[in-house]
Write a protein that binds this ligand. Structure first.
Ligand code: ASP
Length: 423
C-alpha cells in the first residue's frame, strides 16, 4: 500500500488513484465501447488473477497463525459465538430491509419484459441444492484439491481445525508452527501490498469492460427493480451498518468507512468478496487497527459466509419475480423466503454473479420454478453487474464492521480511534 502519510498529496493515495481509474474507465467504456473493452479488458483479468493468486495462502496463513495463538478453547468459542451472532443479525436486518422495500414498492407489478433481453446463466457456478449439501461442501475430502480449486470455504474449515490443533500442541512445536505461519502471513501480506499497487490499472480495465458490455435496453424495463435493490443496499450501508457500529462498537461510521476505502473500491470494481479479501485483511489490520487474533477469524469467514448485500438481494429479488409472474406470496411464504435468503447468502460463493445463481435455492423453497422463472432470472442477469458491484461492496463492509465491533468487544481500545489518519 502506498503510505498514507499526512503530508503526501492526494494523488499518491491508492483509493484516490482507484477512484480516478474508475472514472476514466467509465469514460473509456462509454466512448470506446466494445473496441475499448477488447483492448484493455485483459488488464482487469490480470489484476483479478493476481488477487486470486494471493488469496489461498494468505487465508491459510492468516487463520492458522491467528487461531493457533488464541490458545484456550473458551476464548475461541466466545469469538466464534460473537462472529456468528453478528453475521446472522446483520444479514437478517438486510433481508428485512429488502422484504419491506419489495412489499412497499412492488417493482414487479405490471412489468413488461417484452422489450428486455435475457441472458443465459454463467456456467460453472455451483449451487448447493440443500442445506445438507451446503454443509457437506464445506468439509474438504482432500485439502490440496480444495486449495487447488480455490474452494475458500473448504480451505477455511481446514485452516480453523488445523489452527485449533496447533493451539493444542506443547510449547516447542507450537512455537515453531506459529513462527512459520506468522512469517508466511507477513510474506503474503507484503505480496498483497505489491499486487494492490497495480490496482488502479486493473480497475481501469474492469470498469471499461463492464461499462462497454452493458445492454442498455434491458435497463429501462428493469429500472424500478434496480432502484429498489440500490435503495435497499444504500439503507443498509448508510443507516443499518453505521447504527450497528455506533451501538455495538461505539465507533463512528465516518471514521471506519474512511479506513476501508481501498477494499471498498476493490469490492466495487471486482464484484468479488474473495478477490477483495487480501485488501480487506490489509486495511482492517493496518488501518482500522484490529488484532490478527480477531481479523484472522472474522474476515475470511465473513468473505465467504457473511453477505448482507447478497441476502437483501435474494429476498427482494424473489419477491420481485413472484410479483412479475402474478403470484402473491403469503406471510408464511415470505417467512420462508427470509430464512432461505439467509441460507442462500451463506452458500453463495464470493465471486461475481454468485448471488444470482443461488437465488434458485430461495425460488425453489416457495415453489417458484419453470421456464418463466428462468426467463426472469435471465433478465435479472442482464442488468446484474452494477447491482453485483454494489452488493459486493456492502458484503465486504459488513465484514469489516463485524471485525471492528468484535475487536472492541474483546477490549481492543485502539480500533477505529479518532481522529482518522489522513488518507
Ligand atoms: N459478488 C458477490 C460477492 O462476491 C456475491 C453476489 O453475487 O452476491 O460478494
Amino acid at each position: 500500500m502506498i503510505p498514507a502519510t499526512p503530508g503526501s498529496p492526494w494523488y499518491r493515495k491508492l483509493h484516490w488513484q482507484i477512484l480516478v481509474a474508475m472514472v476514466v474507465g467509465i469514460l473509456a467504456g462509454a466512448i470506446g465501447g466494445e473496441a475499448a473493452a477488447l483492448r484493455v479488458g485483459w488488464l482487469g483479468t490480470l489484476f483479478i488473477t493476481l488477487l486470486k493468486m494471493v488469496v489461498v495462502p494468505l487465508v491459510l496463513a492468516s487463520i492458522v497463525s491467528g487461531i493457533g495463538s488464541i490458545g484456550s478453547s473458551a476464548t475461541f468459542g466466545r469469538l466464534f459465538g460473537k462472529t456468528l451472532g453478528f453475521y446472522v443479525l446483520s444479514s437478517l436486518l438486510a433481508i428485512l430491509t429488502g422484504l419491506a422495500l419489495a412489499n412497499l414498492l412492488r417493482p414487479g407489478d405490471g412489468i413488461d419484459l417484452a422489450g428486455a433481453s435475457g441472458q443465459a446463466l454463467p456456467e460453472g457456478l455451483q449451487t448447493p441444492s440443500s442445506v445438507a449439501d451446503l454443509l457437506l461442501s464445506m468439509v474438504p475430502e482432500n485439502i490440496v484439491a480444495a486449495a487447488a480449486r480455490a474452494d475458500l470455504l473448504a480451505v477455511i474449515v481446514f485452516a480453523i481445525l488445523f489452527g485449533i490443533a496447533v493451539g493444542g500442541l506443547p510449547e516447542s512445536p507450537r512455537a515453531q508452527m506459529l513462527g512459520f505461519f506468522e512469517s508466511l502471513f507477513q510474506t503474503m501480506l507484503r505480496l498483497t501490498d505489491m499486487v494492490l499497487k497495480v490496482a488502479p490499472i486493473g480497475v481501469f480495465g474492469l470498469v471499461t469492460r463492464a461499462v462497454a458490455t452493458f445492454g442498455l435496453s434491458a435497463f429501462r424495463s428493469m429500472a424500478l427493480y434496480m432502484a429498489m435493490i440500490a435503495f435497499g443496499l444504500a439503507i443498509h450501508f448508510f443507516l443499518t451498518l453505521p447504527l450497528l457500529l455506533r451501538l455495538l462498537g461505539g465507533i463512528r461510521a465516518s471514521v471506519h468507512y474512511r479506513r476501508i476505502s481501498e477494499p471498498l473500491a476493490i469490492a466495487f470494481s471486482t464484484s468479488s468478496s474473495a478477490a477483495t479479501l487480501p485488501s480487506t485483511i490489509a486495511a482492517v489490520e493496518e488501518k482500522v487497527g484490529v488484532s490478527r487474533r480477531v481479523s484472522s477469524f472474522v474476515l475470511p469467514m465473513g468473505a465467504t459466509v457473511n453477505m448482507d448485500g447478497t441476502a437483501l438481494y435474494e429476498c427482494a429479488g424473489v419477491l420481485f419475480i413472484a410479483q412479475a409472474l402474478g403470484f402473491d406470496l403469503s406471510f408464511a411464504q415470505q417467512a420462508i423466503v427470509v430464512v432461505t435468503s439467509l441460507l442462500a447468502s451463506i452458500g453463495a460463493a464470493a465471486v461475481p454473479s454468485a448471488g444470482l445463481v443461488v437465488i434458485f435455492i430461495v425460488l425453489e423453497a416457495v415453489g417458484l420454478r419453470g421456464a418463466q422463472v428462468e426467463t426472469m432470472v435471465g433478465f435479472m442477469l442482464a442488468v446484474d453487474r452494477p447491482l453485483d458491484m454494489a452488493r459486493t461492496a456492502v458484503n465486504v463492509t459488513s465484514d469489516t464492521v463485524a471485525a471492528a465491533i468484535i475487536a472492541r468487544s474483546e477490549g481492543e481500545t485502539g480500533v477505529d480511534v479518532e481522529p482518522a489518519p489522513a488518507g
